[in-house]
Design a protein around this ligand. Structure first.
Ligand SMILES: [Zn+2]
Ligand SMILES: [Zn+2]
Length: 307
């Protein structure tokens, strides 16, 4: 490994990118991440010059980094606009801290910020569902309920705000993990994550970090002074994703570049298997079922809570 920055030859290097052999100083690393996000957006045509972009800001370091980077990139597109959206699922402390970070950081960037809660959108908070044992009664992990409903909540919020696209902070690691999780659950009907697909009356979702490894976003956030959360989600240890994450992290450590190979293999397969979307009979969002998973979960929970 060279001890000089591959871009500017500075000797104050902070990062060695194993899968490419590049070495970076602080300044060149920050610029490189922004350039790579810009390249990802243009490679997949994720954003358009007239978009009103709803950035999903959970308040964690990944989403705050995304907001910061998109705010920089979008300065070149004066007719595009950004809004930050936080979904409050109602987990005290953990989400309260995150919402506070999101509010403060959006304000510092001059980006309008909106909060929508599970309670106002669905009629219950996640904590109520877990503590009343309804989660157990419907046989679902809190993370599953939360994941499905957050996704739905974002769609509703983006619609209310008149957004033309939703941008999420899913990284290369998140996306490859999700592909593996689908395979492990025997679900092969999944579609590419974070690539813009237009359909009538649907707000497309894009992931501008889809080619950036998680650890590089963590480093970007750290050296940009983005706040890190001190509270962990109290429900996260029950997640099956953790095992997949651990496996993939170790594998990438031993064989640098594996995450990129996995992503491209999965996407070659998708190219052959994309199906026509059906629509949910209740909310009209694309789904492979009669009733989408979000509507099914919401109805089941409300039903159980009445008793
Ligand atoms: Zn440099
Ligand atoms: Zn639905």
């Amino acid at each position: 490994m060279s001890n000089r920055c591959s871009v500017c030859d500075s000797s104050e290097v902070i990062f060695y990118r194993r899968y490419s052999g590049e070495v970076f100083c602080r300044k060149c690393f920050l610029e490189n991440i922004i350039d790579r996000v810009r390249a990802t957006i243009s490679k997949y045509e994720l954003l358009k010059p007239f978009d009103k972009i709803a950035v999903a800001v959970s308040g964690g370091k990944d989403s705050l980094s995304l907001l910061r980077i998109l705010e920089k990139i979008e300065r070149d597109f004066p007719r595009a606009s950004l809004v930050a959206v936080t979904i409050d699922e109602g987990i005290p402390e953990y989400r309260d801290e995150a919402v506070e970070n999101a509010v403060r950081y959006s304000r510092s960037l001059g980006v309008p910020h909106y909060v929508y809660s599970f309670r106002e959108l669905f009629g219950f908070s996640l904590t109520e569902v877990v503590e009343s044992n309804v989660a157990d009664a419907v046989g679902l992990q809190p993370c599953t309920i939360c994941g499905v409903l957050r996704r739905k909540a974002l769609t509703i919020a983006a619609r209310k705000l008149g957004a033309t696209v939703i941008a999420t902070a899913h990284t290369l690691d998140d996306i490859v993990q999700t592909y593996f999780l689908n395979i492990l659950r025997g679900d092969t009907r999944f579609t590419p994550i974070g690539i813009r697909r237009e359909a009538e009356d649907v707000i497309p979702r894009v992931a501008p970090f889809r080619l950036i490894p998680e650890r590089e976003i963590v480093l970007y956030a750290y050296i940009s002074g983005i706040p890190f959360q001190t509270h962990d989600c109290p429900y996260v240890e029950r997640s099956m994703r953790d095992s997949v994450r651990l496996f993939l992290t170790e594998y990438e450590e031993k064989f640098p570049g594996s995450l990129f190979s996995a992503l491209s293999s999965f996407e070659k397969v998708f190219a052959r298997s994309i199906q026509e979307d059906k629509r949910c009979r209740r909310c009209n969002e694309p789904t492979s079922r009669e009733l989408c998973r979000a509507c099914e979960i919401q109805e089941t929970i409300l039903e159980k809570m009445k008793r």
